[in-house]
Each structure stands twice: as structure tokens, then as C-alpha cells.
Write a protein that binds this ligand. Structure first.
Ligand SMILES: *Cc1c(COP(=O)(O)O)cnc(C)c1O
Length: 232
């Protein structure tokens, strides 16, 4: 385990260093970009070790797995939990028990369920809207052209607040295609921000994973979701 933690620390320092370099290349302050460490492939002891190494944001893509993992952790309260996978409406109640930010809201119906469940708790749930920028068929996510209207509808709900957008780049895409996707999400975010929809603050762009987080930062990401690069 000691060797494992040393390895984890080296990988984490490597990712943080690459994030800092990407910020510098693009003239952005390092504090602009948050590392969300995606722990879906590792156990609670590794997630605890990440928290001990100063990682404050943990991402998971399945509600039940995340809750089970968090219960076995000592440091679960030291981190903010990010829901990054597709969220079914029947899992919303459990999701709200743990997650501090949902990156994957992709319909008015899902947002309405979050609003309904959060309401009695007097809670306003921060959320990002997942957008399918690349247009791949199998992906979840809103079409870019419908996103502003969906946000307008969600902005009328009292217990969910839209804080930005999220996207997944196609697997194995070329650098040019990655840049097109990430720049497309950023342009969409700026366009929506310019509409001045009440209560909507387009402050986050969640984009970039192990293979492409540096490019995503260069194109404006404020949150990168990195898993495998931490656990090689
Ligand atoms: C697994 C996952 C990640 C992290 O992917 P890596 O390639 O392991 O960095 C990021 N975002 C989502 C939505 C994921 O499911």
C-alpha cells in the first residue's frame, strides 16, 4: 500500500503539473481549473488517499457505487462529490444525499425531479447541463441548439441552479476534433451567458479527461475529470 500511495502521489503531481503548464500556455491562472479525480475504477482506500493528498473533488458515475464507497471512507466529508455519469430520475433522491454537483443533467424532466426532491430539504442543487457537442449518436446529452431553451425552463425552478455545461469528447478523436468539441462548448456557454437568463450563472465548463485534459484547459475548461491517468 505504501508503494501504491507513492505511485498515486507521483501520478497526481504529474497531472497537476500538466494542468499548471496548460494553464500557463493559455494565459490562465492555475486557480481557474479544478481537478475532479474520478474514482470509479478504484476502492475507498484510494479515494481516501487522494483526499489525504489534498484532492478536494471526487467524481463518480454511478450513484449506488459512490454511496457505497463513501460509506467505507474516512475522508468522505473532506471532499466534494461530483456526479458525472448519466443520472436516472429514480436515483435522484439518493444522489442528492451525497453529491454536491451534478454534471450530467440532460433533460427538463430530470431537472424537474431534482427540483422536486431538493425542495422539501430547502436545498438548491448546483448542476451542469450535459451537451452532446460532437453529435455522436450513442451519447447522452442535449443537442447544442436546444440547450438555451432547456436552461430557460430550468431557470424557473427554485431548487436547482444551472452553473455551466459539461461535455464528453468522442473517444479516440483527433486533436482538431477535440478542439472543435471543446471550443464549441465554450462558445455555446458564452452565447447562453449573453442571454442574461435570471439565476443562471455560466461559470463552469466541465470537459477533458485523462486523454485530453490539457487540450480542454487550453480551450477553457474550468473542471477536468481525470481517472485513469491517476491510477496507471
Ligand atoms: C470515467 C469518466 C471520466 C474519467 O475518464 P479517464 O479517461 O479515466 O480519465 C471522465 N468523465 C466521465 C463522465 C467518466 O465516466
Amino acid at each position: 500500500m505504501t508503494a501504491g500511495i507513492n505511485r498515486l502521489q507521483v501520478n497526481l503531481e504529474n497531472v497537476r503539473g500538466r494542468m499548471a503548464a496548460a494553464c500557463e500556455r493559455s494565459g490562465r491562472p492555475r486557480g481557474d481549473v479544478t481537478l475532479v479525480a474520478v474514482t470509479k475504477s478504484v476502492g475507498p482506500e484510494v479515494a481516501d488517499a487522494l483526499a489525504d493528498l489534498g484532492v478536494a473533488d471526487i467524481g463518480e458515475n454511478r450513484v449506488q457505487d459512490a454511496i457505497a464507497k463513501s460509506r467505507e471512507m474516512n475522508r468522505t466529508d473532506a471532499v466534494r462529490w461530483h456526479m458525472i455519469g448519466h443520472l436516472q430520475r429514480n436515483k435522484v433522491r439518493r444522489a442528492l444525499e451525497l453529491f454536491g454537483l451534478i454534471h450530467s443533467v440532460d433533460s427538463v424532466r430530470l431537472a424537474a425531479e431534482i427540483d422536486r426532491v431538493a425542495g422539501p430539504q430547502g436545498h438548491v442543487m448546483p448542476a451542469l447541463l450535459e451537451v452532446n457537442v460532437s453529435g455522436e449518436e450513442r451519447k447522452f446529452g442535449l443537442r447544442p441548439e436546444e440547450t438555451a431553451e432547456v436552461i430557460r425552463e430550468i431557470s424557473a425552478m427554485d431548487h436547482i441552479s444551472v452553473e455551466g455545461l459539461m461535455t464528453m469528447a468522442p473517444f479516440g478523436a483527433s486533436e482538431a476534433e477535440l478542439r472543435r468539441v471543446f471550443a464549441g462548448l465554450r462558445a455555446l456557454s458564452e452565447r447562453i451567458a449573453s442571454l442574461g437568463i435570471p439565476r443562471v450563472r455560466m461559470q463552469h465548463l466541465s470537459m477533458g479527461m485523462s486523454q485530453d485534459f490539457e487540450i480542454a484547459i487550453e480551450e477553457g475548461a474550468t473542471m477536468v475529470r481525470v481517472g485513469s491517468a491517476l491510477f496507471v
